[in-house]
Design a protein around this ligand. Structure first.
Ligand SMILES: *Cc1c(COP(=O)(O)O)cnc(C)c1O
Length: 395
């Protein structure tokens, strides 16, 4: 490890988010350069041979390593407190790469039921095709996690807080269950980001990110990352990525680097705005329940306070009038964007029962708590009074 890297480890979180991983070129640029190159040249045939045989470190080809992407990986690794990070082309390819890197046919996954819809699809349709089965459990029920573990279980997978109902689980408790059975705990930390929650410090083994969301923060690029110990992420997961190819582009890495530089202040601002909107929603007569971990009324508020630094930008609420009231409210908005994306400085609004959870049967939706009158808002950074007026238009 170089002296420079030792120095970075001493920096505070905000300094790491702004400066970690940067290596200036001979041009002495201030902002990070975009290395838009697919391959790298060698000074001699002997150097080429040494690079290919891995006797000598260095760039060969951007599917393996790229300097802009590496800066992003090192910066995010600092922020999560991880030894290693590999960047990927999307959040889904991060999950795919982690699964392929760690598991083989006959292995088993125990996953929270309340995960991103496409992750459920990846597990049940595609991992199952390779002979890797998944058992789904309720996120916050620790006995359920314990009981679902089999002899061949390799991974426990979860998101906390969940989307859209903001349910939590005690990460260190699930990590303990995982380790009792020689399993790895994989946490999708996309919603919280390392600003609000650092699961590796609570015992998780692997972190997944969709950089598409808050890390970008302005809805421009697709990307993802896998983080964890060097012996897992730096070898098997990196090895899969290098062979299979879902790598992050240098341009996207550069956009995400700019995103990381402002992630700290954005997540704090999203949290302030979401809490204010959640409190306001609790006073609206048309609203029967508000789901936001920062509210005193949230059943896991104490856990949220102990495990998270702040409560994030995502909330949901249930309207008494069911689906008709939900669609009316969405259609009446003039500022909120009607889109299922989240993590943007522009506020987005969704009706989960007919979009993100529309493929579930009514029974499955009821089991997951996705009521017909449920509305999800990913609170952006517009003026909060404008957002209140916008939501009041259709109530
Ligand atoms: C969006 C999302 C993903 C998938 O990421 P993509 O970048 O869209 O592939 C995974 N997990 C969570 C929690 C997400 O919100």
């Amino acid at each position: 490890m170089s002296d420079f890297e030792d120095l970075e480890a001493e920096w505070g979180f905000a300094t790491q988010a702004i400066r970690a991983g940067q290596v200036r070129s001979t041009e002495q640029e201030h902002s990070d350069p975009i290395f838009a190159t697919s391959s790298f040249i060698f000074t001699s045939a002997a150097e080429a041979a040494a690079r290919f045989s891995e006797e000598e470190p260095g760039n060969i080809y951007s599917r393996f390593t790229n300097p802009t992407v590496r800066t992003f990986e090192q910066r995010l690794a600092r922020m999560e407190g991880a030894e290693a990070c590999v960047a990927t082309s999307s959040g889904m390819s991060a999950i795919l790469s982690a699964c392929f890197g760690i598991m083989k046919t006959g292995d088993h996954i125990v996953s929270s039921r309340s995960i991103f819809g496409t992750t459920t699809m990846l597990f049940t349709k595609f991992m199952a095709k390779l002979g890797i089965e998944t058992t789904f459990v309720d996120l916050s029920n620790l006995d359920g996690w314990q009981q679902a573990i089999q002899k061949n279980t390799k991974i426990l997978f979860l998101e906390t807080p969940s989307n859209p109902l903001t349910e939590l689980v005690d990460i260190s408790a699930v990590a303990e269950i995982a380790h009792q059975h020689d399993c790895l705990l994989m946490v999708d930390n996309c919603l919280a980001t390392p600003v609000l929650q650092q699961p590796l410090k609570m015992g998780a083994d692997i972190i997944i990110h969709s950089a598409t969301k808050y890390i970008d923060g302005q809805g421009r690029c697709m990307g993802g990352a896998v983080l964890g110990r060097e012996e897992i992420v730096g070898t098997d997961i990196y090895g899969f990525l290098r062979s299979a190819g879902p790598t992050m582009s240098a341009f996207n890495a550069w956009v995400f680097l700019k995103g990381l530089e402002t992630l700290n202040i954005r997540m704090q601002a999203h949290s302030v705005a979401a809490l204010e909107l959640a409190k306001w929603l609790e006073h609206q007569p048309q609203v029967s329940q508000v789901f936001y971990p920062g509210l005193e009324s949230h059943s896991q508020h104490a856990l949220a306070k102990s495990q998270m630094n702040n409560f994030g930008g995502l909330l949901s609420f249930e309207l008494k009038g069911g689906k008709d009231a939900g669609w009316k409210l969405i259609d009446a908005t003039e500022i909120c964007s009607i889109t299922a994306n989240l993590g943007d400085i522009k506020t987005t609004i969704t009706h989960p029962a007919s979009t993100t959870h529309g493929r579930l049967t009514l029974e499955q939706r009821q089991q997951s708590g996705i009521a017909d009158g449920l509305i999800r808002v990913a609170v952006g950074l517009e003026d909060i009074e404008d957002l209140k007026k916008d939501l009041a238009l259709g109530m």
